[in-house]
Ligand binder design. Structure first.
Ligand code: ADP
Ligand code: MG
Length: 305
């Protein structure tokens, strides 16, 4: 399949600070591509470059076959973008917001009412056309914002933390909408902090300190990124014992997951050693995406030291 986004050494410096450090990534048509990383990793900066809002310091990209540096305006016409601060007009109704964005994105007049109907249906907002945007709760607002952002039916959509601050139920609904759009051929690049959302992406790129640390499907990342043997341990006073556990020579990492500890051993042969030391049962587990991200972020920090 064709690449909808092809980044080549995409780089952004703010003064001397390297916010995005030579990203090369390809995203295919019909993918839900998750873009993950700690705060300040460079996710929003990358997306703003890909949308033609921010000029790269060096490197380039092809977006929908257009050259990012020379055909910026064409790209802006073709894409949808919903940022963390997507602005709905609070003092306009649901319908008025949709009409406003339809005008902004030059939806043809003869298609206006059918497009608005589609967006109302997609966002499950039928019957609430006359409500003020201000009166919608978080999840509804988010879906209306998505409807506004994609009313021109762009083939490529950038969503920058679209679900921060909304309930888990609303987040699931939001992703159902995205999946439907993708089945119809849309490509989606989305940033998120939520691991359940990351699991719903076809592929994930993990960046840290502006650098690409890994890119693969969620399953492959869980299988391949972490070298060693991951254990889950239910230990009374587990949190207080992390420091002590980390000092054992055969331990690579120890982190808290709810009431449990995740302990990474260099070798599976050392499991009995740890069991003896702690006097408790342990269970070998497949690492979670969260484990993967902890590992990659740590790796990037130690590389840059
Ligand atoms: N306009 C700007 N001027 C200076 N520094 C910026 C600017 N925008 C972002 N940064 C810095 O670039 C880094 C990456 O930011 P950002 O892309 O927003 O990260 P993320 O979206 O992954 O949290 C951060 O350290 C941020 O402070
Ligand atoms: Mg951001």
């Amino acid at each position: 399949m064709e690449d909808v986004i092809a980044m080549k050494n995409l780089t952004k410096k703010f003064g001397n600070f390297l916010a995005v450090d030579g990203l090369s990534l390809n995203i295919k048509q019909g993918e839900i591509f998750g873009f993950l990383g700690p705060n300040g990793a460079g996710k929003s900066t990358t997306i703003r470059m890909l949308c033609g809002i921010l000029a790269p310091t060096s490197g380039t990209a092809a977006i929908l076959g257009y050259d990012l540096l020379r055909e910026t305006e064409r790209i802006k016409e073709k894409i949808g973008y919903m940022s963390q601060r997507f602005s709905l007009y609070d003092d306009l109704t649901v319908m008025e917001n949709l009409k406003f964005y339809a005008g902004l994105y030059s939806v043809p007049r003869k298609e206006l009412s059918s497009r608005i109907g589609e967006m109302l249906e997609m966002a499950d907002l039928k019957g609430r056309e006359k409500e003020l945007a201000a009166n919608l709760s978080g999840g509804w607002k988010q879906r209306l914002a998505l409807g506004c952002a994609v009313i021109a039916r762009p083939p490529l959509i950038f969503l920058d933390e679209p679900t921060s601050g909304v309930s888990p139920t609303s987040r699931r609904m939001f992703f159902q909408i995205i999946r439907k759009m993708v089945l119809e051929g849309t490509t989606v690049m989305v940033t998120t902090h939520f691991m359940d959302e990351a699991e719903r992406c076809h592929r994930l790129a993990f960046i840290s300190g502006g650098k690409l640390m890994a890119v693969d499907s969620p399953d492959h990342l869980k299988k391949n990124v972490i070298q060693g043997c991951m254990l889950e341990i239910n230990l009374p006073n587990g949190i207080e014992r992390i420091k002590e556990i980390k000092k054992f020579p055969y331990i690579k990492e120890c982190t808290v997951h709810g009431a449990l500890l995740h302990v990474l051993l260099k070798n599976a042969e050392d499991v009995p050693l740890l069991q003896k030391e702690l006097g408790c049962e342990t269970q070998i587990i497949t690492p979670s995406l969260e484990d993967v991200f902890v590992t990659l972020a740590r790796q990037q920090r130690s590389e840059s030291d």
